[in-house]
Design a protein around this ligand. Structure first.
Ligand code: UD1
Length: 463
């Protein structure tokens, strides 16, 4: 197969950079049983940060299992703007970071992809200077970056924020960051990743305490180790990084996406369908599996990288609280809420990671869900049935949750706001169609007609 550049070194015209412009919709006919097997894509959050991590190395690297997503294209556009040469073939990316020509990331892309701020650590460590626009808040919260900044300062960087851009440089002539002891006030995924990457090329030893333990952080650490970094404590709260002068080329496959896998497990539970998934790392899904079992489903580990969801007769009300890993992931909160709307009883769902991540409640209510929100808590009184309705995705995971609600609802749901879905789910509707779901993407006038069509009469409802 011929190599296909997904972005050019001269610009980002090929990148779908206009989330605002997507007028297409998903039409979902609910209550169809699903069956079969889902192939889980590579983890979006690993892919993004591992791509940034390539900047640490001055030799070409190959990354495998990279999902084809708008967010991945955007990260590629940021790296291209910095001088990295990128080619995509199938699910792998070849990145050549030998000639970094710029140390300033372009605002128009950083503002569309928060994770692109994470290039600050590797760029600073390798080039001695990085100028990255502040990404700003997003639909789920303000998302400050002071933990990233304070950690880099502790490692000897001079960091100033001027006119909305973080200017970081390593003062003096040695141009290496210095190892430091860093305690994170909160186990931030992004801050842990930024500081771990920066520390790989620092002089001396860095200890990051209260580090995030998310599997994607461990995946980044393993990628850095494959390039020759010396990191101990991977997957624990304390990371110890002994800096090395340079890193080398590697060929690395990222882990499967635990959030995509969790979303499909809930698709099985909400449609009372048995489905299997692979590849997965079952331990990465520990909290989600525990809560699905509490809700009445069974999750069976069929082989080391394959699991199956066996649905229960009824969906039992279940409380959840989102927490840093290994707690229940905030990225699964909206999807679990979709399941709880159809449960037998009352559930309390508490969001502790992001301050504004319950906006999907209003959309579930349009479908007949009974949910009351106080602060960061949602009390969900299960209803016997949801009814399809026009709904609007408010953020990435909310978009998946509304698809799930649509699968479990009577009649037709028409979801707009697909630019959110396309950021983070590879071929969601194709994968669901393969399982037997009736879900279609409509564009242009067909999308408008679907959104405006009358509700179905009861005789037309599928069961
Ligand atoms: C990453 C994930 C995102 C996931 C989140 C939590 C990527 C690309 N995104 O986001 O999908 O939902 O982890 O698991 O990997 N915070 C501060 N100051 C900081 C940094 C963070 O107050 O300097 C706060 C945030 O505002 C938020 C909380 O810490 O309330 C968690 O954020 P963090 O773990 O950093 O999430 P991200 O890395 O942005």
């Amino acid at each position: 197969m011929e190599d296909k550049p997904i972005v050019t070194a001269t610009g980002n015209q090929q990148v779908s950079n206009s989330p605002e412009a997507d007028n297409s919709v998903l039409e979902i006919w609910g209550r169809h049983p699903l069956t079969g097997h889902v192939t889980v894509s590579g983890a979006k959050n690993s892919a993004l940060v591992v791509m940034a991590g390539v900047l640490l190395c001055s030799q070409p690297c190959r990354l495998r299992n990279i999902p084809n997503l708008v967010d991945v294209e955007r990260m590629a556009a940021v790296l291209t703007a910095l001088g990295v040469k990128i080619k995509r073939e199938a699910d792998f990316l070849d990145l050549d970071p030998s000639d970094i020509s710029h140390t300033r990331a372009p605002y128009d892309i950083v503002s569309r992809l928060r994770a692109s701020f994470f290039v600050i650590g590797p760029l600073l460590a390798r080039m001695g200077v990085a100028r990255i626009p502040l990404p700003g808040g997003c639909a789920i919260g303000a998302r400050p970056v002071e933990l990233h900044v304070r950690g880099l300062q502790a490692m000897g960087a001079d960091v100033q924020i001027e006119h909305g851009t973080v200017h970081a440089c390593i003062p003096g002539i040695r141009k290496r960051l210095q190892g430091a002891n860093i305690y994170l006030d909160y186990p931030s995924v992004g801050a842990t990743e930024t500081l771990m990457m920066a520390a790989t090329l620092a002089e001396g030893e860095t200890v990051i305490d209260n580090a995030a333990q998310e599997p994607e952080v461990a995946d980044l650490a393993n990628f850095c180790r494959a390039m020759g970094a010396r990191i101990r404590g991977v997957g624990t709260k304390t990371l110890t990084i002994s800096g090395v002068p340079s890193l080398h080329s590697t060929d690395y496959a990222i882990v499967p996406d635990r959030v995509e896998a969790g979303t499909f497990l809930i698709a099985g539970a909400i449609t009372h369908s048995k489905i299997s998934l692979s590849p997965v790392v079952p331990e990465h899904l520990g909290a989600v599996i525990a809560k699905l079992q509490e809700a009445g489903s069974q999750v069976v580990v069929e082989s080391p990288n394959r699991i199956a969801l066996i649905p229960g007769a009824e969906i039992q009300a279940t409380d959840i609280q989102t927490l840093p890993y290994p707690g229940f992931p905030t990225d699964m909160q909206a999807q679990f809420m979709a399941l709880m709307t159809l449960s037998n009883g009352n559930s309390m769902l508490t969001e502790t990671v992001f301050e504004n991540r319950l906006r999907h409640v209003a959309e579930f209510s349009r479908m007949g869900a009974n949910i009351r929100v106080t602060g960061n808590c949602a009390v969900i009184q299960g209803v016997p049935m949801l009814s399809g309705a026009p709904v609007m995705a408010t953020d990435l995971r909310a978009s998946a949750a509304l698809v799930l609600a649509g699968l479990g609802a009577h009649g037709k749901t028409v979801m707009s706001g697909l630019q959110h879905l396309d950021r983070g789910y590879e071929q969601l509707e194709q994968k669901l169609t393969k399982l037997g779901a009736r879900i279609t993407r409509l564009e242009g006038s067909a999308a408008q007609a679907a959104a405006e069509s009358e509700e179905l009469t009861p005789t037309e409802l599928s069961v």
